[in-house]
Design a protein around this ligand. Structure first.
Ligand SMILES: *Cc1c(COP(=O)(O)O)cnc(C)c1O
Length: 361
């Protein structure tokens, strides 16, 4: 390849995103707990709506997503004109970086934060600035101290992935209040629905025109394979994100399924209750087996081992039981394994494998 052809600065610094593993050679009983997917699947009605929409594949989809935006707005009590929909919340993160980042700007992310915050910043030409955490919790003072006149965006996930930890409302409010008004605070709310009574920070967004949230259908709604997410914030910001959005970024299949899913509040309540119960049972088993673990508010636990070697040995042991979990060395947590909370039967399998690991060590 000619040396004259090179990408814009930053692109070559992007480490390719590696998703959770999904296969083990020679096994057909694989339990995939590596991508924080919903073990209960997705609402049946969402699948039916998708099949219905599939009769109209010759038509271009809606470009303003009015149906889905109104369904989201009605369900969550929001202004439909301040909602933007994308191909997963990943695309909303990219819109934010493309519209507000760029060469000469800085984007702050947390040390153990979600990989796409950094990747999207680099893709937009911004310099990502990593801020250390305090015992795997986002450090508000650290972030405020890292702000310079070049800072345009600050990303935090709350609850966070892969730690599962969460900042309290007062801490998030302190962060929002402490940032310059020309810096956008992005609250990545991929796991908000797993926290009883949490709305992702709507009151903060109403109080601060520089705070936005991103949400997804990939986690509690069980539609990760379909790629649908959304964002909410001040009208001016959402208008600018729409300027960098492709007009047909979502298919009618995605829109129909998401519109049906978001109205299914019973689904969310049921999945949250099951997750809360099973997460507690799994956390208890980890504690009993002497595996360290922070309190998680999401649909996964971050198990911490004494060393990287022990974490890798445990991961291999899980695989010998047909179970896939997530190594998180690339998140600066080499001793950790992230385990998605499954069904009761799934978690029985995890606990049996971990017990066996402890006994055979
Ligand atoms: C899973 C996840 C997302 C969701 O990404 P989608 O593109 O909506 O599938 C976003 N942020 C965090 C922190 C996540 O863990």
């Amino acid at each position: 390849m000619s040396e004259l052809i090179s990408p814009k600065p930053g692109v070559d610094r992007i480490e390719l995103y590696v998703g959770g593993e999904s296969k083990i050679d020679g096994r057909d009983d694989v339990l995939k707990l590596s991508s924080n997917e919903n073990p209960l699947g997705f609402p049946d009605a969402a699948g039916a709506a998708l099949a219905d929409a599939a009769t109209q594949l010759h038509r271009y989809p809606s470009s303003d997503h009015a149906g889905l935006r109104h369904a989201i707005a009605e369900t969550h009590g929001l202004d439909p004109d301040r909602i933007i929909c994308g191909a997963g919340s990943d695309e909303i993160i990219a819109f934010l970086c493309n519209a507000y980042g760029g060469e000469g700007t800085e984007v702050i992310h947390s040390a153990h934060g979600f990989a796409m915050h950094r990747i999207s910043a680099l893709a937009a030409g911004s310099d990502p600035v990593e801020v250390a955490e305090r015992e795997r919790v986002v450090d508000v003072d650290g972030i405020l101290n890292a702000v310079t006149e070049k800072t345009r965006l600050v990303f935090i996930a709350n609850p966070a992935n892969p730690t599962g930890t969460m900042l309290g409302g007062n801490e998030v409010a302190r962060l929002a209040a402490g940032l310059p008004q020309d810096v956008i605070l992005v609250l990545d709310g991929a796991y908000v629905e797993y926290v009883e009574g949490h709305d992702g920070g709507v009151a903060l967004i109403e109080a601060h025109p520089n705070v936005v949230m991103t949400r997804t259908f990939s986690k509690i709604y069980g539609l990760g394979g379909l790629r649908i997410g959304w964002g909410y914030g001040a009208k001016e910001i959402i208008d600018n994100l729409n300027r960098v959005r492709g007009p047909f970024n979502l298919s009618e299949l995605q829109l129909a399924a998401a519109e049906t899913a978001v109205r299914d509040t019973g689904w969310v309540a049921r999945c949250r209750a099951e997750n809360t119960r099973e997460r507690a049972r799994l956390a208890e088993a980890l504690a009993r087996l002497g595996v360290a673990c922070d309190r998680s508010e999401a649909n996964f636990l971050l198990a911490r081992f004494a060393s990287e070697e022990e974490a890798h040995a445990c991961e291999a042991h899980f695989q010998s039981f047909g179970i896939l979990v997530r190594k998180v060395g690339s998140y600066g947590l080499p001793n950790g394994l992230r385990i998605t909370v499954g069904t009761a039967a799934d978690n029985d399998r995890v606990i049996a494998a971990l017990t066996d690991f402890r006994e055979t060590q």
